[in-house]
Design a protein around this ligand. Structure first.
Ligand SMILES: [Zn+2]
Length: 439
């Protein structure tokens, strides 16, 4: 059966008010359409189900509001972790190892009481999804040189930053896969374990029984690791342990919940890290965002006229070292023509959403103009110069500006290069890189 058949069955289940069938088909449609989240929402006069696909919400179906309460309570009962009679407070559930059309998924669900009824959101964690090799994530030239150099170091901290859904977990796993050989002992410490990988010793933290990130790190160090991955650094204790592990000869990978690499420096100071500790242990901070790719089938070149995003894009390279810019452009295979068309005419590639032959809705992207996603990357390499600036007590802002004038490709610059190559659009880049663009 295809996703369209399951959608038809879902519609049928709604007509029949068959709640069990609604759930089965809804989850299958979600998994088949590669949705990351399913939202079940009460509206004023009806209810609706939306899916988040490639980062964007999309309405799947509407159903009559008299079905809503039985749908929510069915899920609460099935999860075994929510109280069906409690409708006043938010509740959480984690359902592991659900098998749907040969895929094994975990569900992380939560309910929220709204002014109408409860809203249910389910995050789909697809555990059977293969981790793509690091080379295929869209990390280009200088960023690529930086990351591969750091993956060869035996000790230090490599941090990945970005909001939920930014692709950071996949990139982190791809890094672990790259360093994963029989000669090293790799231990991970996660909440939850999102992907089971061969050759890794993966553990699930249990903060309810004091098996926290910090406690876990303490124990794992006795397990003779070479490489450690700590799911997230959220407190001073975990940061201290991570730094201590790096100082004692371990390569440590982790994530922080910040928006950029420079914000990460500020965060680390807020967790009471000393400059000499930061300079002594940090190797690399990466940031990532996933942007939608222009649909290959219906792409066309257009000229942007007064779009302010165009001037922001050009502005982003103003203080960049000219030689470095030249190398970056050449190594990314951006042609003279592509470069001139963008700079002189504001010419970019977009998906029209229409089939170029027939003019009907594009069958590949269903009219959205986008198909699939690619990462935008930012690497802050803690080289000697950066370490000296840290030791001199320079602010995160000054450190970032220094790096940006020399060699650093931040999210915005990486995005603009990908726009010039026709991979994504300025709308996508500035949807995620908002620092300089106020709508
Ligand atoms: Zn298309």
């Amino acid at each position: 059966m295809t996703e369209i058949d399951y959608k038809a069955k879902l519609d049928e289940a709604i007509v029949q008010s068959d709640v069990v069938k609604i759930f089965d088909n809804l989850l299958t449609v979600g998994v088949e359409k590669w949705a990351s989240d399913i939202h079940i929402e009460p509206m004023e006069n009806y209810c609706r189900i939306r899916l988040r696909i490639d980062g964007i919400m999309e309405e799947l179906v509407q159903y009559p509001k008299n079905l809503h309460e039985s749908i929510i309570s069915k899920f609460k009962i099935e999860s075994g972790q929510m109280r069906p009679d409690e409708k006043r407070v938010p509740q959480d559930a984690r359902v592991s190892n659900v098998t749907l059309t040969n895929k094994e998924i975990d569900l992380r669900a939560n309910t929220l009481p709204t002014v109408r009824w409860e809203k249910l959101v389910m995050r789909i964690v697809d555990k059977s999804k293969d981790i793509p090799p690091l080379e295929e994530l869209g990390i280009e030239w200088n960023n690529k040189n930086i990351i591969f150099r750091h993956l060869k170091y035996p000790n230090g901290i490599i941090l990945m930053t970005g909001p939920t859904g930014s692709g950071k977990t996949t990139t982190l796993y791809a890094c672990l896969e790259y360093v994963n050989t029989t000669q090293v002992n790799i231990i991970t410490y996660e909440d939850p374990v999102e992907n089971k990988m061969a050759g890794l010793n993966q553990a699930q933290i249990r903060s309810d029984i004091w098996f926290t990130f910090a406690n876990g790190l303490r124990w794992w160090l006795r397990q003779d690791p070479d490489i450690i991955m700590v799911g997230e650094i959220r407190d001073q204790e975990t940061l201290d342990m991570a730094m201590e592990s790096a100082m004692t000869g371990h390569l440590v990978f982790s994530t922080v919940h910040t928006n950029s690499s420079s914000e990460t420096i500020t965060r680390v100071y807020n967790l009471w890290a000393k400059p000499y500790m930061l300079a002594g242990t940090f190797n690399l901070v990466m940031a990532e965002r996933l942007v939608r790719k222009v649909c290959d089938h219906c792409k066309a070149k257009v000229t942007l006229k007064d779009d302010p995003k165009l001037s922001y894009a050009k502005e982003s390279f103003r203080n960049f070292d000219k030689e470095q810019l030249k190398k970056e452009v050449m190594s990314r295979n951006i042609s003279e023509q592509q470069r001139n068309e963008f700079i002189n005419d504001g010419m970019v590639t977009i998906g029209t959403g229409k089939d170029p032959e027939t003019g009907a809705v594009c069958p590949i992207c269903e009219g959205t103009g986008y198909k699939g996603r690619v990462g935008l990357f930012e690497m802050m390499d803690f080289d000697e110069e950066i370490k000296n600036l840290i030791l001199d007590g320079k602010s995160a802002f000054e450190i970032e500006n220094h790096a940006l004038s020399k060699w650093m490709i931040n999210l915005e610059r990486d995005g603009v290069f990908k726009v010039i190559k026709g991979v994504t659009t300025l709308d996508e880049v500035y949807r995620y890189v908002k620092a300089k663009f106020d709508k």
